[in-house]
Design a protein around this ligand. Structure first.
Ligand SMILES: C[S@@+](CC[C@H](N)C(=O)[O-])C[C@H]1O[C@@H](n2cnc3c(N)ncnc32)[C@H](O)[C@@H]1O
Length: 211
């Protein structure tokens, strides 16, 4: 899993789907305090924005090529309880094998807030396309599932936003090395979401406060 990510690290640093977006603005708006942890930091876009806003940020990611400050998966974070005012993770939990464990860990190392941004579940056809495009895709969750995950981790949902956006289709396929017939199959599965070479995406952003 991690080698696959490392091979495409540069693409994740540069991709239009990751470098900008209303969801990044929201993370900065919601964050409070002085210290933050960016979990599954990838190209480091959350960390960059929080640093620009004055936060002292640590990045954590399991893939060597992402060059995070700390190398670890989200379900066993090597930090003491309450180490960071804000713990954020963006466009990544759909790759985690154990999201409930990751949520418990993020809540444990947070002092105040956990903020999650991820792609929203849009039905089995899109899930099939996601898995075909990228075998590291585990599952996108629905709003109800996210609310339950926050509650089970001891977090009260204080704010929630659903954000519609579009990303370039072909770089999205290339980032996951999805080519040829497989790419054709993916394009067919998501055809209703494609317009002018762009794929519509729906992201959910949730702010949870520790009880
Ligand atoms: C799409 S990228 C993250 C994007 C980044 N957060 C951003 O805002 O641009 C997904 C990241 O999840 C990481 N990842 C995959 N499985 C993980 C796991 N179980 N725990 C933590 N990170 C994981 C990968 O190494 C990769 O860097």
């Amino acid at each position: 899993m991690t080698d696959r990510w490392s091979a495409h690290a540069q693409a994740y640093h540069e991709s239009d789907a990751h470098t900008a977006g209303a969801d990044l603005d929201l993370i900065v708006d919601w964050a409070e305090g002085e210290t933050a942890l960016d979990v599954a930091s990838g190209g480091g876009h959350v960390a960059r924005r929080l640093r620009d806003a004055g936060f002292d940020v640590v990045t954590v990611d399991p893939s060597p090529g992402m060059q995070a400050d700390v190398r670890s998966t989200a379900d066993e974070l090597p930090f003491a309880d309450g180490s960071f005012d804000v713990v954020a993770t963006r466009i990544a939990p759909h790759h985690f094998a154990d999201v409930p464990a990751a949520m418990r860990e993020m809540a444990r190392v947070a002092r105040r807030l956990v903020v999650v941004v991820d792609n929203l579940n849009r039905g089995e056809q899109v899930e099939e396309a996601e898995r075909l495009r990228d075998p590291t895709h585990v599952r996108n969750y629905s709003e109800a599932e996210w609310r339950a995950l926050f509650g089970e981790a001891g977090l009260d949902v204080e704010a929630l936003d659903v954000i519609e956006t579009t990303i370039e289709l072909e770089p999205w396929l290339a980032r996951a090395d999805c080519r040829g017939e497989e790419a054709q199959r993916v394009r067919a599965l998501v055809r209703e979401l494609i317009a002018d070479g762009r794929l519509s995406m729906t992201r959910i952003a949730i702010k949870g406060r520790k009880r």
